[in-house]
Design a binder for this molecule. Structure first.
Ligand SMILES: NC(=O)C1=CN([C@@H]2O[C@H](COP(=O)(O)OP(=O)(O)OC[C@H]3O[C@@H](n4cnc5c(N)ncnc54)[C@H](O)[C@@H]3O)[C@@H](O)[C@H]2O)[C@@H](O)CC1
Ligand SMILES: [K+]
Length: 480
C-alpha cells in the first residue's frame, strides 16, 4: 500500500523530525535522493548539461543543492532564478561554490536547448494556484519541446495543486518526479498526476511522524488480502448470492456482461432479474445463472448490482431492489433513481458525465476536480463513490479515499463498466465493504484490461471479462 498525505500533515511531520536533526539535514536527505535519481537518468554526470529552475522557496533550495552536487561531479550546471532576492541562500551559495552559473534572462532558451536534464524546483508543496509570469513562460517552453533533456520535477511538478490533484493554471509537465517522504494527491490523481511522469519516491525518515493516511493506493498484496477466501466447507450460499438488475431490450449485452463479471467475483450464485428475452440471452451465455422477471421474484440475495443498461422506465424495479435494504451497487442508468440518502452499505459507480449530472455541474468540472466531486457525492448520498476514468477515485462517506493504480486506456470501451459493476457487486455479496469491494474490483478490472490489451491490441469488454479469471487467480492463488 502506498500512502498519500496532505501538505498540513507533511509539514507537521517535517517539523517534528527537523526538531531532532541538525539544521538542514532533512533537506540534504531529500537532495541525496534527488541527485541519485538524476545521476541514473544521465548518460554520465561528468560533462552533462543541467539546468536548474529555482523558485524562492525550499523547493528551489533542493534543486540548487542538487545542481551543486551534480556540478561537483563534473556537470555543467546553470540556474534560472525566478525570485533572485528570495532564492534559498545556502543552496545558492553551494551552487555558486561548485561552479554553477546563473543564467541571464536572454540566455534561458539557449540553456534549455542544450540541457540534458532540467530540474524543476519552481514550486513544491508550498504551491497555491498555477504558475504566473516568467515561471508560466518557462513551463510553456518546456512543454513546447524547447529542451530535449529529461524534465525532473522536485517533489511535485510545479504549479499543480498538491492536495487535490487539480491544475489551477499553467504548470510544468515532467518526465520524472522525485518526491520526498510520502505521496501527495497530485501525484496519483489526474489531471495533475498526468504531469508527474515516472514517480521516484525518496524516503527521508518522515513515516514515523505521519498519521494514518486518508488516501491510499492499494497494491497486489493488499488486494489479495481483501479477496474473499471461501473455506472447504463453504457452499454456494455462504460464498454469497448476488442479484443483478441490469439490461433491457435495448441493451441486453449489459446484462450478459454484468452477470459475467458477477460470476467471476467469488459469489456462489448469481440471480438475474430482468425481462424474459434478456434473461434468455443471459442464460444462453451463463447457464449457471438463475433468472426471474423482477427483484421481488428472483429469490434471496445478499447484495444487489443495479443499473447497467437498464434503459428507461425501470424505476419500480430499482425501488424494489433498493427496498430490500441490502448492500447495493448502483451503476449507469440506475443512478437516475437514487434514494435521497442511503442508510445501508452502498457503492455508486458513475463516470464523470454521470457524476456531473448527479451533482448538477459540468462534466469538465468533474474531470478537473475528481477528488473534490467524488467526495462531495459520497457525503451527499452517504455512499462510497467510485468515479471511473483516467484515474479511478473511490471516496467513502467516512472520509477515506483510495485511488486505483491499475487503470488503462484499454478499459475505455463500451461494456467494460458493466463487467466492473457485476464484479464489484459479487464482492459485496461476498461480504466486502463497499470501499473494499469497489477498490478490489477496480484493481482487478484494470489488470484484466491490461492483460486483454496485451493479447488483443484493442480489447472488447468481452475480452476484459475473459481475462478476469486469470487475473484473480494470480492475485489470490487457487481456491482450496
Ligand atoms: N521543510 C523541509 O525541511 C523540507 C522541504 N523540502 C522541500 O521544500 C518544499 C516546500 O518548500 P516551501 O514551503 O518553501 O514551499 P515552495 O518552495 O513550494 O514554495 C515557496 C513559496 O512560493 C510561494 N508561492 C506559492 N504559490 C505560488 C505561485 N503560484 N506562484 C508564485 N509563488 C508562489 C509561497 O509563498 C511559497 O511559500 C517541498 O516541496 C520540498 O521540495 C525538502 O527539502 C524536504 C525537507
Ligand atoms: K517542483
Amino acid at each position: 500500500m502506498s500512502a498519500v498525505h496532505t501538505v498540513a500533515e507533511i509539514r507537521a511531520a517535517e517539523d517534528a523530525l527537523m526538531a531532532r536533526l541538525p539544521d538542514g539535514a532533512l533537506m540534504q536527505r531529500a537532495v541525496a535522493g534527488l541527485v541519485t535519481v538524476c545521476a541514473g537518468l544521465l548518460d554520465g554526470v561528468y560533462g552533462a548539461r543541467v539546468v536548474v529552475l529555482a523558485g524562492g522557496g525550499n523547493n528551489g533550495g533542493d534543486a540548487l543543492w542538487a545542481g551543486a552536487r551534480l556540478a561537483r561531479r563534473g556537470a555543467h550546471a546553470d540556474a534560472v532564478l525566478l525570485n533572485p532576492e528570495k532564492a534559498h541562500a545556502e543552496g545558492l551559495a553551494a551552487f555558486r561554490a561548485a561552479g554553477g552559473r546563473i543564467v541571464a534572462r536572454d540566455d534561458v532558451r539557449t540553456a534549455l536547448a542544450a540541457a540534458d536534464l532540467v530540474l524543476d524546483g519552481i514550486l513544491g508543496i508550498g504551491a497555491r494556484g498555477g504558475l504566473r509570469g516568467e515561471a508560466a513562460e518557462l513551463a510553456r517552453l518546456l512543454r513546447g519541446g524547447r529542451t530535449a533533456g529529461a524534465v525532473v520535477a522536485v517533489d511535485l511538478p510545479s504549479g499543480v495543486d498538491p492536495d487535490t490533484g487539480e491544475t489551477p493554471g499553467p504548470h510544468v509537465v515532467a518526465d520524472h518526479t522525485v518526491t520526498f517522504g510520502t505521496g501527495k494527491a497530485a501525484l496519483v490523481v489526474d489531471p495533475a498526476a498526468a504531469a508527474a511522469g515516472v514517480l521516484h519516491p525518496v524516503d527521508i525518515g518522515l513515516t514515523p511522524y505521519l498519521p494514518e493516511p486518508g488516501l491510499t493506493v492499494l497494491d497486489d498484496a493488499d488486494v489479495a488480502a481483501l479477496l474473499p477466501d471461501p473455506g472447504r466447507e463453504s457452499d454456494k450460499y455462504s460464498r454469497g448470492v448476488v442479484g443483478v438488475l441490469a439490461g433491457s431490450g435495448e441493451f441486453p449485452g449489459a446484462a450478459v456482461l454484468a452477470v459475467g463479471g458477477a460470476l467471476h467475483g467469488g459469489a456462489g450464485l448469481v440471480r438475474y432479474a430482468g425481462p424474459g428475452a434478456v434473461a434468455t440471452e443471459v442464460r444462453a451465455r451463463w447457464p449457471e445463472a438463475i433468472a426471474g422477471p423482477s427483484p421481488d421474484t428472483v429469490g434471496r440475495v445478499q447484495a444487489w448490482t443495479i443499473g447497467s443498461g437498464l434503459g428507461s422506465g425501470r424505476e419500480a424495479d430499482v425501488a424494489a431492489a433498493l427496498a430490500a435494504g441490502l448492500p447495493v451497487l448502483v451503476d449507469a442508468d440506475g443512478l437516475r433513481w437514487l434514494p435521497d440518502r442511503f442508510t445501508g452499505p452502498a457503492l455508486l459507480t458513475p463516470h464523470a458525465g454521470e457524476l456531473a449530472r448527479l451533482l448538477g455541474v459540468e462534466r469538465d468540472e468533474v474531470e478537473a476536480g475528481r477528488l473534490h466531486h467524488a467526495r462531495a457525492a459520497a457525503a451527499r448520498w452517504n455512499a462510497v463513490v467510485l468515479l471511473k476514468g483516467s484515474t479511478t477515485v473511490l471516496a467513502s462517506p467516512d472520509g477515506r479515499v483510495r485511488v486505483n493504480p491499475t487503470g488503462t486506456s484499454a478499459l475505455a470501451a463500451a461494456g467494460t463498466g458493466d463487467v466492473l459493476a457485476g464484479l464489484a457487486g459479487s464482492l459485496l455479496a461476498g461480504g466486502l465493504s463497499p470501499l473494499d469491494a469497489g477498490s478490489v474490483a477496480a484493481y482487478a478490472h484494470g489488470l484484466a484490461g491490461r492483460r486483454a490489451a496485451a493479447a488483443s491490441g484493442y480489447p472488447s469488454a468481452g475480452d476484459v471479462l475473459s481475462a478476469l479469471p486469470a487475473v484473480l487467480r494470480s492475485l489470490r492463488g487457487p481456491l482450496q
